[in-house]
Design a protein around this ligand. Sequence first.
Ligand code: PMP
Ligand code: GLN
Length: 400
Amino acid sequence: MTTRTNLSDSNPPRKITAMKIESKLPDVGMTIFSVMTKLANDNNAINLSQGFPDFDVPAELVALVEKYMRTGHNQYAPMQGVLMLREKIAKKAQELYGATYDPATEITVTSGATEALFAAITAVVQPGDEVIVFEPAYDSYVPTIRLNGGVPVYVKLKFPDYHIDWDEIRAAISSKTKLLILNFPHNPTGAVLSKEDISELKQITQNSNLLMISDEVYEHIVFDGYQHESLCRYPELALRSFVINSFGKTYHATGWKIGYCLAPAPFSKEFQKIHQFLTFASNTPVQLAYAEFMENKAVFVNLSRFYQDKRDKFLSFLKGSRLKVLPCRGTYFQMLDYSLISGESDVEFSKLMTVEHGVASIPLSVFYHQNDDHKVLRFCFAKRDETLKKAAEQISAIQA
Ligand code: PMP
Ligand code: GLN
């Protein structure tokens, strides 16, 4: 028989007044993704805010994780990642982009792209270095730059298709510019890089010391005949780049948190110095399962079609609404302009839409350091058709 000690008898609860620490990110609160997901859950709203599927991981992939767990693969993976997975990643980069990365020295498996971004930025940025960031910007880049003493330099993508103005990039580059962070297909706007962008990038970087981080987590989600322009494809760009990816988006498993970084050996060496103290290694059975499952190329080959169909269904369900549709060439996010319905700020309108109309989204202004408000919201369409239909009905019912 076990004896239960009633802790409250001997140790009555007491309130601890914590000591103060000086915040390194005083102006940063909880991420908008956590805030909106909580608001959606609290209000029983359909959650099209944080980007994650509401359908399941392929059963075969789950069975593979189980297989590796049951057969004793439950201890630390190698720091760089399971070798079989690094080999499969190298093979895929070769087949898709003609890129050669050595699994021994140029590939690191991480705990999601988030960790890879943190490690790459930390490996490169010294105090006072300037880093060019496109706005709207995914939320993790700037805090990480600042934690490393870097200075973000913002260049806005151009409304309404969010293309890059390369003259603005040229003007933003100074003698202090160390790094350019790219993210295409782009979260939140769905913009993709064109061949012309790649030529500009080559011109701007040649004969310079500029480094690049290319966040390509949506590489397999590109629509309307556009092609994903991975920096891996271009040796003169790849030699100065960390290319970062995530299995979460491709295999509908955002909660498994496995990503990776492709980078030339000297870059990977510095990257791994950080990675080994961030997490050391990532989940072993999941890495092994991905390595085996990656043989099934149909999953990523068909992903663009799968999500284009979701985007088109969502838009067709929205036909009756007064929201204006912005271009979406990739990712699983659709931006909608609500200016015909309301003049409220995007933050207020997204809250109102969640609480009163039961559909949560992300206000675009949170992706700008000065909170530019274009009356645009981001909706995640990685959802079952019935979820999209119901959400669209509720959105269409909103009166001005
Ligand atoms: N970069 C972008 C652009 C993303 O949208 C996300 C997540 N959705 C990440 C990085 C982080 O990926 P992970 O969940 O693998 O950490
Ligand atoms: N990347 C996801 C999005 O853009 C969210 C990731 C997170 O919650 N940190 O919605």
